[in-house]
Design a protein around this ligand. Structure first.
Ligand SMILES: Cc1cc2nc3c(=O)[nH]c(=O)nc-3n(C[C@H](O)[C@H](O)[C@H](O)COP(=O)(O)OP(=O)(O)OC[C@H]3O[C@@H](n4cnc5c(N)ncnc54)[C@H](O)[C@@H]3O)c2cc1C
Length: 385
């Protein structure tokens, strides 16, 4: 059978895409190399506990709900807001509350910085207003004819907003914070939501605070793996097919268009469209013939470093034998020592942030009866996340 689209990978991204295509009436085939769906957004079980393999909670629950209802999924998924706490020798604060509350909390800790806190947060709130639903109307998020039309239809005020957004994208949050805030711990908290020096543009910083404080970060009652299960069901209900334990080894290209895939077993599957949910390095460097790309482009892809978490430790904890009273939020970013020099030895855990998540706060069924807590300790890379 010729499929309209082959999706490589059944992670939450691949399943989302496959569900959308199948709902639009396309004949979709998903090929997943692992024996299970979900990719990083799944769980594993050990000794009566279940632990998350990757994501602990997510932003934009309304978007998720809207997408599920677009797929006619009536699963009654509820979302619970998660909060985040930063704990260092100098600071112990829950920083995920709305910006209006966060400002007061920060001013109580740093009264001498009150005016600077108001000023920088006003700038951040202004950018949040300008970028609200940006992905639904900004031409940069569109392609082809839709992009052309959106550019033609821009009003004077849209153009002004776009210019302001572009300007914020070119401003260094580090320079702005260095100029306006004296206290290094406050500067780093506002600039990285942690203990590292600010690295991003003012635009990205505002987008990050929007998710953390205004939109919030939430846990779906079915679990994030449960969202994957719902998406799988939607693909199947719309006539799509999902094959697991089928690694794709090659994306076939004819006349500069993808025309199908080859699997590790040597089977060829032709399709009008190929969507890769494998990460872009793997897609470009491993699944495609390098002759399709400029050498300079391949070099750029090769040289982009991997980022974020370095390792995770999963613990089943008996709360009767552990003092968890200082945990005021489901997620804590803990740094025992804050030496300002760049992070040194990879085993210098004291001078790095470690995220501790009390997973059973979100998913009480993930622990055996009588025990209450399972923890995920995740060591973050030494730079801003
Ligand atoms: C430790 C950790 C913690 C995280 N925490 C959060 C969080 O709290 N909140 C949040 O929003 N995000 C978090 N993330 C990020 C989030 O997990 C990812 O953005 C998301 O899961 C990516 O989904 P995806 O479908 O794009 O990719 P993946 O989950 O990587 O799925 C890709 C799929 O493609 C399959 N595949 C790859 N190559 C092939 C091939 N050749 N043939 C067939 N199949 C193939 C893989 O097996 C996999 O199933 C975290 C990530 C990690 C690692």
């Amino acid at each position: 059978m010729i499929h309209d689209a082959v999706v490589i990978g059944a992670g939450i991204g691949g399943l989302t895409c496959a569900a959308k295509l199948a709902k639009s009436g396309l004949r979709v085939l998903v090929m997943e190399k692992n024996p299970h769906i979900g990719g990083t957004s799944y769980i594993f079980r050990r000794g009566g506990y279940s632990f998350p393999m990757g994501p602990l909670s997510i932003g934009f629950p309304d978007r998720v709900k809207a997408f599920l209802s677009e797929l006619s999924i009536q699963a009654g998924v509820e979302f619970k807001r998660n909060h985040f706490q930063l704990m260092t020798p100098d600071l112990d604060i829950v920083y995920s509350r709305p910006i209006s509350i966060l400002k007061d909390d920060l001013k109580r800790v740093y009264p001498e910085e009150s005016a600077a806190i108001d000023a920088i947060m006003a700038e951040i709130e202004n950018i949040i207003r300008l970028t609200k639903n940006m992905d639904r109307r900004h031409p940069d998020f569109l392609a082809g004819l839709k992009k052309k039309k959106a550019v033609e239809n821009l009003s004077f005020s849209d153009k002004k907003k776009m210019a302001a957004i572009k300007k914020a994208a070119g401003l260094s949050s580090r320079e702005i914070l260095d100029r306006s805030i004296d206290n290094v711990h406050l500067r780093n908290l506002i600039g990285s939501q942690g203990t590292y020096p600010p690295e991003m543009s003012l635009l990205n910083l505002a987008l990050m605070w929007n998710v953390m404080s205004e939109v919030g970060i939430w846990f779906p009652s079915c679990g994030i793996h449960g969202l994957c299960d719902l998406l799988r069901d939607a693909v199947l209900a719309c006539g799509g097919e999902i094959q697991t334990a089928v690694p794709v080894t090659e994306i076939l290209v004819q006349n500069k268009r993808a025309e199908g895939v080859r699997t590790a077993r040597g089977d060829v599957c032709r399709a009008g469209w190929v969507v890769s949910n494998a990460d872009y390095k793997k897609t470009i460097l491993e699944l495609m013939d390098p002759s399709h790309f400029e050498r300079s482009f391949l070099e750029i892809v090769r040289n982009v470093p991997y980022t974020d978490s370095e390792l995770c430790v999963y613990l089943g904890v008996d709360p009767r034998r552990a003092d968890l009273s200082r945990m005021k939020a489901t997620h804590i970013f803990l740094r025992k020592k804050v030496r300002q020099e760049a992070a040194g030895h990879p085993e210098d855990f004291d001078n790095r942030e470690i995220e501790i998540c009390r997973w059973s706060d979100n998913a009480p069924d993930s622990v055996p009866a009588g025990l209450a807590a399972d923890m995920v300790l995740e060591k973050q890379a030494g730079t801003g996340r």
